[in-house]
Design a protein around this ligand. Structure first.
Ligand SMILES: [Zn+2]
Length: 279
C-alpha cells in the first residue's frame, strides 16, 4: 500500500501517544476546502435548517464524488461538503429521508448490517453499541443485558435500526448512498483478525444482498481503526474508509482514512453547526 504523509503522520502520532486532538490541530494548516459532516440522529426541522445553511455556503456533493476528488487529488477552490449519517437508525428513515427527498441534497448512510430489522442497545456517552442476538462477546467489563427489560433497567437506550424494507427504499433513492459500518458495531481494533475480517467483509456482502447493488464505502465504528483495518477495508473491495477524526479533509489524505466532522447530536441549533464547521 502506498502510504501518504497523512497515514505516516497518523501512525507516528499513535506510536508516540500524541492525542488525536493535538494531531488534528497540527493538520489544520494543510486542510483543503473539503469537509464531510457526520450525523447520527436528527429531527426534521433541525435537519432542514442545517441543509438550507449548508446549501447556501457549500457545493454539496455525494460521497462517490467526494471520494473521486480525493482519489484524483483535485482539491476544489470552493467549499465542498458531503453529508453522512452513521449506524442505519430507523430515525434516519423518519426524519432525514423526507428532507433529502424534499431538497434533493445527497446524503450517505453507513449502515451497521446487523442492526437491520433489529435494534441498538447502548449506554449514552459510550462508544459501545450492542445488537441483540448479534453481539456475542466483548473483551471488556461491560456485561451484555439479558433481554430488553434488563437493558432498560440497567440504563441502556434502545434505538431501532432500519427495517429491510426501509433500507431498500432508501437505497433506491437517487440521492441516498448506502455505505457499510461493520456487522455488529464492535470497535474493530479490539477484535481478533478473523473477527475484524468478518465484520468488514460480511457487512459489505450482507448489505449488498439486501439492496441488490454494490456497497462502495465503509466507516469504522466508533472511529476505531489501525493499519490492519485500513488494509482489510481495501482487501474487501471498498473504495473508501471514513473515520471520525474531527477535522476538515487535509491535503495528504488517504481515501481509506477520510476524516469527518461531527455535526452534533439530535436537535442541535444551526449555531452549533456553524461553530462545529468553523476553522
Ligand atoms: Zn457508529
Amino acid at each position: 500500500m502506498k502510504k501518504t504523509i497523512y497515514e505516516l503522520l497518523l501512525r507516528s502520532a499513535a506510536l508516540f501517544g500524541i492525542p488525536a486532538r493535538l494531531f488534528a490541530r497540527a493538520l489544520k494548516s494543510q486542510s483543503t476546502n473539503l469537509i464531510i459532516l457526520l450525523y447520527h440522529d436528527v429531527d426534521r426541522e433541525q435537519f432542514r435548517n442545517h441543509l438550507h445553511f449548508l446549501d447556501k455556503h457549500f457545493r454539496l456533493v455525494d460521497l462517490d464524488e467526494l471520494v473521486h476528488l480525493i482519489e484524483r487529488r483535485e482539491f476544489p477552490s470552493d467549499l465542498t461538503a458531503a453529508i453522512t449519517f452513521d449506524d442505519g437508525l430507523q430515525s434516519f428513515y423518519r426524519n432525514a429521508f423526507p428532507i433529502v427527498d424534499e431538497t434533493g441534497i445527497p446524503v450517505a448512510n453507513y449502515v451497521t448490517s446487523g442492526v437491520v430489522d433489529s435494534e441498538y442497545w447502548y449506554k449514552p456517552g459510550q462508544h459501545r453499541i450492542f445488537i441483540p442476538g448479534k453481539t456475542e462477546s466483548e473483551p471488556t467489563q461491560l456485561i451484555l443485558p439479558q433481554d430488553r427489560n434488563d437493558a432498560k433497567n440497567s440504563g441502556f437506550t434502545i434505538e431501532p435500526g432500519l427495517t429491510s424494507e426501509q433500507l431498500l427504499e432508501a437505497s433506491r433513492h437517487p440521492k441516498i448512498t448506502i455505505g457499510a459500518h461493520s456487522v455488529t458495531h464492535r470497535l474493530l481494533r479490539e477484535t481478533t483478525y478473523d473477527e475484524c475480517k468478518r465484520e468488514i467483509f460480511d457487512s459489505k456482502k450482507d448489505l449488498e444482498s439486501l439492496i441488490g447493488h454494490e456497497v462502495r464505502h465503509f466507516a469504522y465504528p466508533g472511529g476505531s481503526f489501525s493499519e490492519r483495518e485500513v488494509l482489510l477495508v481495501q482487501e474487501a473491495g471498498f473504495a473508501s474508509g471514513a473515520s471520525s477524526q474531527d477535522i476538515w479533509i487535509p491535503r495528504e489524505v488517504s481515501p481509506f482514512i477520510i476524516p469527518r466532522k461531527g455535526a452534533g447530536p439530535k436537535g442541535v441549533s444551526l449555531n452549533w453547526l456553524q461553530y462545529r464547521i468553523g476553522r
